[in-house]
Design a protein around this ligand. Structure first.
Ligand SMILES: [Zn+2]
Length: 229
């Protein structure tokens, strides 16, 4: 994981080692306005709070405060909503989410998604095991994502690789084409050849149905001479 730096939390704030392998990732917010990841790890290094998290994220930096192999005190409670997720089985990620006016900093959310995705990959954590603090104990954390669940749904949606890659496709790839005139010019000749060869069937009105994502492949086949025979 690309982290900006590591500065260990005060020893009173975490437990060396962990009870079980990492199975969950718990997302939090710091509840401060206009703070930075660095502000937070400095604070937790010098202050005995008996609370901690593994990572602090703002829109530019990711600072680590507790090693992954140690137990941070980030989601402990007297009673739990979640049957299994505990400090000993999870990694805690804190977002510096509020700007000075108390508005959500989208850059922090984007960076947190990146961090969570990397942790998911590293520890083989499925999307259903990425939780808000609220899902674990009922605490209003991260508050903006409890008050506005669609923010959390967006966050979760972006943890799934395929969907994000789909969003990155150019417009021409997202369409389905019926007529040559609607296709990008660079693909038309290759599609014509593919139709002629019977690779693509035509409808009674001579229209076709070609997914935009397959246009490039058809052009490659054409360039390789495979549509000319
Ligand atoms: Zn929290």
């Amino acid at each position: 994981m690309e982290i900006t730096g590591f500065k260990q939390s005060n020893k009173a704030n975490f437990q060396p080692g962990r009870k079980s392998p990492v199975q969950y990732i718990v997302v939090h917010y710091t509840a401060n306005r206009g703070d930075t990841a660095k502000n937070n790890i400095d604070y937790f290094a010098r202050t005995e709070t008996r609370t901690s998290a593994h990572y602090f994220v703002d829109e530019k930096e990711v600072w680590q405060s507790v090693r992954d192999e140690d137990t941070a005190y980030h989601c402990g409670a007297k009673t739990y909503k979640h049957p299994l997720c505990r400090n000993g089985s999870s990694i805690g990620v804190e977002m510096c989410i509020w700007d000075k006016a108390g508005k959500v900093r989208q850059g922090t959310v984007t960076k947190a998604i990146q961090v969570v995705r990397e942790l998911m990959e590293q520890y083989n954590v499925p999307p259903e095991c990425v939780l808000r603090h609220w899902d674990v104990t009922g605490k209003n954390c991260p508050l903006p994502m409890v008050e506005n669940p669609s923010l959390w749904e967006d966050f979760k949606a972006k943890l799934k690789g395929d969907e994000e890659e789909m969003l990155d496709y150019p417009d021409w790839a997202k369409k389905t084409y019926q007529w040559y005139a609607d296709m990008p010019e660079w693909a038309r000749e290759s599609v014509r050849k593919a139709v002629k060869r019977g690779l693509i069937s035509t409808n009674a009105d001579n229209s076709v149905s070609v997914l935009g994502v397959s246009l490039q492949t058809l052009v490659y086949l054409d360039r390789a001479g495979l549509l000319d025979k």
